[in-house]
Design a protein around this ligand. Structure first.
Ligand SMILES: CC(C)(COP(=O)(O)OP(=O)(O)OC[C@H]1O[C@@H](n2cnc3c(N)ncnc32)[C@H](O)[C@@H]1OP(=O)(O)O)[C@@H](O)C(=O)NCCC(=O)NCCS
Length: 186
């Protein structure tokens, strides 16, 4: 079974009970602020099925994230190959949490486990992360992971319609490069 653990979280396969909170967070315009649109229930269910199929087939991907202390599903964190048509290739890390789960350090904690898995278990040389240039919260996660941004990599995302979300940034982390210490639990 594909599962990663941190102090407070388990990154695990998807369950039927995740579907309602997953659909609710994807219907939240604040969670979807940096995406072109909110998702319907059908779109959310289809994405969870795809994520689960990837985890079963390949052993890694977009894991469902659960808070160990409460058993609550809070979103996903994981890895996926960069889509075709982007001006770069590789494996990207990503994260999406329900609003009540923001501000607890969960995204960074989950992403640290994912990046460690990418380097130590999957043997990747580099992990990327991609977001809208204006998405400061996501960029802060990338910086906390020790990822670096080169403005020469900035690009217009071909999958995003013309507008303020199109300009995008790429952050990179090489295997073996320095990674900031985990902050003390508050
Ligand atoms: C992007 C996203 C995951 C970032 O969430 P986040 O809560 O800002 O990031 P983290 O989980 O790493 O939490 C960091 C915050 O928790 C605080 N925190 C509280 N307790 C903490 C603890 N025990 N340990 C670490 N940090 C803690 C940190 O100080 C920081 O606060 P700040 O934002 O005021 O500086 C979230 O905004 C999200 O899901 N957005 C919608 C989906 C999305 O856009 N995804 C990215 C697409 S590219």
């Amino acid at each position: 079974m594909s599962e990663l653990r941190t102090d407070r979280l388990v990154l695990r396969e998807w369950r039927a009970s995740d579907l309602a909170p997953w659909a609710a967070m994807n219907a939240d315009p604040v969670v979807r602020e940096y995406f072109p649109e909110v998702l319907t229930r059908e779109q959310s269910e289809a994405s969870a099925a795809l994520f689960q199929a990837d985890l079963v087939r390949r052993g890694w991907g977009w894991w469902a994230v659960e808070v160990i202390a409460t058993g609550e599903f809070i979103g996903f964190t994981g890895l996926d190959p960069v889509e075709d048509g982007m001006p770069f290739a590789g494996v990207e890390a990503g994260w999406r949490l329900a609003r009540p789960a923001w501000g607890h350090g969960y995204a960074t904690e989950a992403a640290r486990a994912v990046v460690t898995h990418a380097f130590e278990e999957l043997g990747l040389d580099e992990v990327l992360a991609v977001t809208a240039a204006t998405h400061l919260r996501s960029r802060a996660v990338m910086r906390r992971l020790g990822m670096t941004h080169d403005p020469a990599d900035d690009f217009d995302d071909p999958d995003v319609p013309e507008g303020p979300l199109r300009r995008s940034v790429v952050y990179r982390l090489r295997a073996g490069s320095p990674r900031p210490a985990v902050p003390a639990v508050r």
